[in-house]
Design a protein around this ligand. Structure first.
Ligand code: ADP
Ligand code: ZN
Length: 737
């Protein structure tokens, strides 16, 4: 809808008074200047609608001093001011900080914090009346009562609410509205969220939980910025511990943000929160219905919503009075956004806590090397929970050396694992087979001519998805029907699938266990998030015997009957040349095997590998995480890799390979010479072609305290002028390098 109409004639042919800078949601480096119509009040942080060319966009009034010389009459005026509290100074500082750290346009960062509060579909809105002053031509006692009452309240009235309060019929109110004493505005419905109660059902903490909770609660009680790391094995009671910190923050009347990597898929978390606090937290993630987003956003801004459980994007919600952020599974790669603004929500959560002067709690069973080092250096207060809570024990973990226990021809599951599955389901328990690869097979080729199916727009193979009868590109989403004949040599029925994906493992499982109730869980599941949630519930209830899944099932779930976890290919991900590969594999394998044995039942993890001597495999079976991390940290330190050094990646993309390479070389030549910073490349990016765009990468490496942002800015400013066909993607602190 055209939201400017809501404010009607307010700004028709406005007389303008002054000029303000407005951040617009576009990739431009600075705020734009707009005139403020007479009688309109805006301040830094106000949400406004402004024209850009023929369009209207939402922006935020920003601070700036360069606008005094501009003549307001020559500028386009703000078209409307949204009826919601302005972004706080804290929020504006945070946006500025993130923009300058990630070298992103500030408008794009601000965009993540704002919604258009009036751009709701009219049905979702309730009509409200605002008193604007003046007198009707004719006064009556009833009208006087209404006006006397209206003057006492600033925020809008509903029509019936006002009539009721003034003890008049609604037609009296309508009469006054027709006379222009009230203006009609539209309000979103009030959020219907119950307030969590910090003392609803407090648990009795036991053993190391007690001390851990005490430490963290006292940091919240004291107030001010601090960062803590809860490092405890899966099932050790970390959640109960941070719930205590949340309770304390609620007692202080502050809002709380809990970040979770897969909130859309963990409804069980919301229920658990409700059991502890008597009310669910508000959810925030990309699968939320637009109307719900609007409600939650409003509730967060006004302070009505006390606790939000959200995905990384929730970090940019403009809370009225945020007092605590918890980052659960802080090591999870899902916290990194690699789109438009490249940021890591874990790191930026700590920044937000520092700017807002409140505590931040990071939580993980396998903390990132970064957080471990911060703990060792005393920047974070680390608390440990070394054992599972209560009767539950960690699963017994064994490596299956695939060279000694090969699967039968055409299969991927070793006899050892198959026997394990058989015993598990005979006992009425559940098995999870984990393989981090969607689809049926990662590569399809022609047995006759050797043709491989490649994406026409990307440098990646097409992955066969048998459920959908398609071959798909996992980079760009390109898909075509699985062909029957080779497009090169024309031979029929000689296409072979190479390697396994989860669908292929399911086929093998069905062959061996035709009676078992089997399900494949991956993010491309037909039926989307709704269906996934239902299936996860079915697993938790015991309605499934064998689950074959990608990392979707690895995160945060509590399946009471799951007693066997089989890792189909533990080596996957170890050989991609990424120095973080060992850390990531260790984290993923710990997390997946941690799904087993959550209750008192004895449980087992079988890890299929071709490299049983690999330090990651040894660390997993020995359970000696400290030794593993010590080695990782030592190696990073030696190579001056993060967090002991700094990295940034610049990906230059263009329509032709030559153009991309030339531009990347130009950038490299423009790099200033600074001691302690060096530039590697350009080389073809790990994905050299994506959506038809050729990509070259430069890696910038610097010492820990170098001015990385200054260096990058200088390099780009002095580099070749980018033609519109050339794009530069900047990633400060890239995930993989
Ligand atoms: P983590 O977050 O470390 O994986 P959880 O907090 O989920 O561990 O705890 C594991 C299980 O133990 C959960 O079912 C939880 O309800 C239970 N639990 C943990 N601490 C307590 C406690 N103090 N009293 C009762 N149950 C607890
Ligand atoms: Zn593609």
């Amino acid at each position: 809808i055209d939201s400017s109409s809501l404010f009607g004639s307010l700004f028709e042919a406005p007389a303008v008074t002054r000029v303000v800078p407005v951040l617009v949601p576009l990739p431009v480096p600075v705020a734009y200047s707009y005139a403020v119509p007479e009688g309109v009040h805006v301040e830094p942080g106000s949400l406004v609608q402004v024209p850009i060319g023929p369009r209207q966009v939402i922006g935020v009034v920003w601070e700036g001093d360069n606008d005094e010389k501009l003549d307001p009459k020559k500028l386009r005026p703000i078209t409307l001011v949204f009826d919601c509290p302005p972004l706080s100074k804290e929020m504006r500082d945070f946006i500025d900080w993130v923009a300058s750290y990630t070298l992103s346009p500030p408008g794009l960062v601000a965009r993540m914090a704002i919604r258009a509060p009036a751009a709701l579909d009219p049905e979702a809105m309730v009509e409200g009346l605002r008193y604007i002053g003046g007198q009707p031509e004719r006064m009556t006692p009833a009208r006087t009562r209404v006006l006397d009452l209206a003057k006492t309240q600033d925020h809008p009235w509903t029509r019936s609410g006002l009539a009721h309060a003034a003890n008049v019929s609604s037609s009296v109110v309508d009469g006054l509205t027709a006379q222009g004493v009230f203006e009609t505005i539209f309000l979103p419905p009030p959020p219907v969220v119950a307030r969590p109660d910090p003392d609803f059902t407090p648990p009795r903490l036991e053993g190391p939980q007690k001390q851990a909770a005490q430490d963290i609660v006292s940091a919240v009680h004291k107030g001010g910025f601090s960062a803590a790391l809860i490092d405890g094995v899966t099932g050790s009671g970390k959640t109960e511990v941070y719930f205590e910190a949340i309770a304390e923050s609620l007692r202080q009347g502050r809002q709380v943000l809990i970040l979770l990597p897969e909130i859309a898929l963990t409804p069980a978390f919301l229920e658990r929160f409700e059991a502890r606090f008597g009310a669910k937290p508000a959810e925030w993630h990309s699968d939320l219905a637009p109307r719900m987003r609007e409600k939650v956003w409003r509730g967060v801004v006004t302070g009505e919503v006390r606790v939000v459980a959200g995905a990384r994007s929730a970090l940019f919600l403009p809370f009225e009075q945020l007092g605590l952020i918890v980052v659960d599974e802080e090591h999870d790669p899902a916290y990194k956004q690699e789109d438009r603004v490249f940021y890591n929500a874990r790191d930026m959560a700590v920044v937000r806590g520092r700017i807002g002067d409140f505590p931040v709690v990071l939580v993980s069973a396998t903390p990132s090397v970064e957080s471990q080092v911060n703990g060792l250096a005393g920047r974070y207060n680390t608390v440990h929970l070394p054992t599972r809570f209560g009767e539950a024990a960690l699963p017994d973990l064994h490596l299956v050396d695939m060279r000694r226990h090969p699967p039968e021809r055409g299969g991927f599951l070793s006899p050892v694992l198959l026997r394990g599955i058989k015993r598990t389901i005979e006992k009425g328990e559940q098995a999870l087979l984990f393989l981090n690869r969607r689809g049926y097979a990662p590569l399809t080729l022609c047995r006759v001519c050797g043709h491989r199916f490649q994406c026409p727009q990307c440098s990646s193979w097409l992955v066969e998805h048998r459920f959908r009868s398609q071959i798909q590109c996992h980079q760009c989403g390109y898909a075509e029907r699985t062909p029957e004949a080779c497009p090169d040599c024309g031979t029929l029925d000689h296409l072979v699938a190479c390697g396994p994906g989860v669908e292929r493992i399911a086929e093998e499982v069905e062959k061996h266990f035709p009676q078992a109730r089997t399900i494949v869980m991956s993010s491309d599941m037909l039926g989307g998030v709704k269906r996934m949630r239902l299936e996860l519930e079915a697993i938790a209830k015991g309605d499934v015997d064998i689950v074959i899944g990608t990392q979707l099932v690895a995160k945060g779930h509590n399946f009471p009957l799951m007693t066997l976890v089989g890792i189909v290919d533990a080596d996957l991900g170890l050989s991609n040349g990424d120095p973080r590969a060992a850390e990531r594999t260790f984290q993923l394998l710990s997390q997946v095997t941690g799904r087993a044995g959550r209750t008192g039942l004895k449980s087992l993890g079988l890890i299929q590998t071709f490299q049983p001597q690999h330090p990651v495999m040894q660390a997993i079976v020995s359970g000696d995480a400290p030794a593993f991390y010590e080695r990782e940290i030592e190696e990073r330190q030696k190579a001056i890799l993060p967090p002991f050094g700094r990295l940034a990646s610049l990906i230059v993309s263009a329509d032709t390979r030559a153009e991309a390479e030339t531009h990347a070389r130009g950038l490299r030549a423009a790099a200033p010479s600074v001691t302690g910073i060096s530039v590697l490349g350009p080389a073809e990016a790990p994905l050299a072609l994506v959506r038809g765009r050729h990509r070259f990468r430069l890696l910038v490496h610097g010492r820990r305290n170098c001015d990385m942002q200054g260096f990058l800015k200088a390099m780009i400013a002095q580099g070749p002028k980018a033609k519109s066909s050339v794009q530069i993607q900047l990633d400060v602190d890239p995930q993989s390098f």
